[in-house]
Design a protein around this ligand. Sequence first.
Ligand SMILES: [Mg+2]
Length: 381
Amino acid sequence: MKIARIETFLVPPRWLFCRIETDDGVVGWGEPVVEGRAEVVRAAVDVLAEQLLGKDPLRIEDHWQVGTKGGFYRGGPVLSSAVAGLDQALWDIAGKTYGAPVHALLGGPVRERVRVYAWVGGDEPAELTDQIAAQVEAGFTAVKMNAAGATSPITTPAETAAVVARVAAAREVLGPDRDVAVDFHGRFTAAGARRALAELAPLHPLFVEEPVLPEHNHLLPGLVTASAVPLATGERLYSRGDFLPALTAGIAVAQPDLSHAGGISEVHRIAALADTFGAQLAPHCPLGPIALAASLQIAFATPNFLIQEQSRGIHYNKDADLLSYLADPEPFRFVAGHARRNDAPGLGITLDEAAVRAADRGGHAWRNPVWRHPDGSFAEW
Ligand SMILES: [Mg+2]
């Protein structure tokens, strides 16, 4: 069996899919994307495809090695995401060839269902309590929200108080048996994060995510020491090597993205690395159905898995949502806030290929907003 064709599809709301077809007619799907840079990743996939055409699709590890290291210059979000999407598609082909779900090829399932959380509040959270109550009503046992919009470099008392008030309101709706996770989104400096974390600790958040920008991860040890709140990071880390300093710093939760951090192959290894630090895995996934399917395969096969992000109804999903390109939505029909185990071969989902091809004709040009502080200077989004 040889790889005969590799195609990409730029589809709303902000995704890129890839499709690998073999000369035997087996088709695998992947989601190689960096949000806001989808066209750049598409070009990277085209270049990496040169090395895959004509090769045996089942030699996944060798393709990962060549895709990741075969160019003298390597790493970073664009190349790692291109490799990630191709890797997902190759695992999909392997599962379909062997007649097994990917989690079986990774050593077999270690759980029967996977806890997922729902997003509330959008980019600048307000009016949260109704949204949280609706998610509780829908069966979710955990929600995540952004802590704040644009935040001053040294947070004001009002900014810190607003974050605490939001989480307190969430805790009141959720009660002591459900969880709220809080995403700082790299919008806080270490100084601001330290203040906010101290006041959030009594509200017992599941974790606080990206307490500082990834380029400031050398400051994580101080934050871990200063706060009882479990810290999470990883959506902007792309390899085992990137995760090692954060894990050494003592983060509680590693959040690799299946579409950014080298795909199923590398996230499986990041999970094992995290386990050696007693850290839990919570794959980042505000993305599309293929990225989520890949995440769930990892979740079922990973002992130190905590919880899975998913994008249904997320504020980014305009013009299309998680189920838009699926022939059958059943794999993502969550029951009591959990995804049920799916033993279908490969990634376990069936795409509506006609819908994907039609959407690609319109494409998209999604970009994240560029925010400014009141004085006109750049603000982290
Ligand atoms: Mg995040």
